[in-house]
Design a protein around this ligand. Structure first.
Ligand code: ADP
Length: 382
């Protein structure tokens, strides 16, 4: 059963949705979630191949990975909407899934939120939010639902129907509905991908602040690395039904475990080279690669935003320091950045740079090019 500890709102709002400063969301009792050796298959085709993951109470986790890698399936298993083929799942040390038994979703203390909002079109906004509070007296349920709507700035819409609300408002109603029973675990499947970019940022930020207030353990599925980096305490990077790496946004961005992870987080240029004396040698310089044996091929990844393009000013000595000569082939203006294709001395292949504040450098111009060492990663070539 979902637990209902006293909320900071109960003593203040007393059933009235407060205007002015928004209310706070009621806190839940966060749960620990454990996946142990979890396998799953759809009609004998494996979708998850041995998932081990411990999620701490109150943690915000993002399951990140390309489409089809098994993120939604893992979430659905945690919710009790799928049965596993091997392994166990625990919520607060209580076994909720095994090959022998599955506790149904409504008995797990989990809240669910999906991309398509899944609001009932024939119910008012208030009735939609009250839907998960069937165990409460009507007046109590109404008060809790109004508090949640007030927290999300939606109290004025309580008597409207979903079709009268914008996508962003509907998604906030879905969030209110998910948090109002104070779930111990909140499971969210691509909850923002139906929103346009401008709305997405604000709904995302608001959702994160509500998650922090409720302190529910939160698991969010996304294929968007930027979204995961924005939201997660810890990112779980998945590929082909397995976890390939877990860590903070900083860990995964700066120390990706392999070249596919590096490619997933940023657009990179890839230069094939050979390791000599413990380093990968490129026209830009040597990059240490102590874990790759000498004489073996390696790939040097240079993030597009790590390439600096400077005017080739013969009088500017600073520009000559640690730079090499290059020439711009093409340039596309994308608003915040220019995407520049260029060639540099000593390298046959062309490179792409994402440059902010490029001044007069145009196709055909000679330039000087420098690479930021923190934007270079070296991997063995396979
Ligand atoms: P993701 O959320 O990472 O996009 P999913 O968990 O939805 O991945 O899917 C994992 C794999 O399982 C994919 O290969 C997908 O095609 C397959 N799959 C998902 N749902 C079903 C289903 N209902 N029936 C059969 N195969 C499915």
């Amino acid at each position: 059963m979902t637990q209902h500890p006293p909320s900071p709102l109960e003593s203040t709002a007393q059933g009235n949705a407060v205007a002015g400063p928004r209310a706070r969301a009621g806190a839940t009792i966060a749960a620990e979630v454990s996946f142990r050796g979890v396998h799953h298959a759809y009609n004998r085709t494996p979708s998850l191949r041995g998932i081990d993951l411990e999620i701490a109470p109150g943690e915000v986790i993002c399951l990140l990975g390309p489409s089809g890698c098994g993120k939604s399936t893992l979430l659905r298993l945690a919710a009790g909407l799928e049965n596993l083929t091997a392994g166990e799942i625990f919520i607060n040390r209580r076994q909720v899934s095994s090959t022998h038994s599955t506790i149904p979703p409504e008995k797990r203390g989990v809240g669910l939120m999906f991309q398509d909002y899944a609001l009932f079109p024939h119910l008012s906004i208030l009735a939609n939010v009250m839907f998960g509070l069937k165990g409460l007296q009507r007046a109590d349920a109404e008060r809790e639902a109004m508090n949640a709507l007030a927290r999300l700035g939606l109290e004025a819409y309580a008597n409207n129907y979903p079709h009268a609300l914008s996508g962003g408002e509907q998604q906030r109603v879905a969030l209110a509905r998910a948090i109002v029973p104070r779930p111990n675990v909140l499971l969210m499947d691509e909850p923002f991908s139906g929103l346009d970019k401008r709305l997405r940022d604000s709904v995302r930020d608001e959702t994160l602040s509500v998650l922090r207030e409720t302190r529910a353990t939160s698991v969010l599925v996304t294929h968007d690395p930027e979204e995961a980096m924005r939201m997660a305490d810890r990112i779980v990077l998945m590929r082909k039904g397995k976890i390939v790496q877990t860590g903070s946004a900083h860990d995964l961005y700066n120390n990706p475990i392999d070249i596919e992870s590096a490619r997933f987080f940023s657009e990179v240029n890839e230069i094939v080279t050979v390791i000599e004396n413990g380093a990968a040698v490129t026209p830009f310089g040597r990059y240490d690669a102590p874990d790759i044996p000498d004489g073996t091929p390696a790939i040097v990844c240079i993030r597009q935003q790590g390439i600096e393009v400077l005017a080739a000013d013969p009088d500017d000595r600073r520009n000559r320091y640690a730079t090499i000569e290059g020439r711009i082939l093409s340039r596309r203006f994308l608003g915040e950045v220019d995407v520049v294709d260029l060639v540099v001395n000593g390298l046959d292949q062309q490179l792409t740079a994402r440059v902010r504040g490029l001044s007069g450098e145009n196709p055909g111009n000679d330039v000087r090019v420098r690479v930021r060492p923190s934007d270079v990663l070296v991997f063995p070539a396979r």
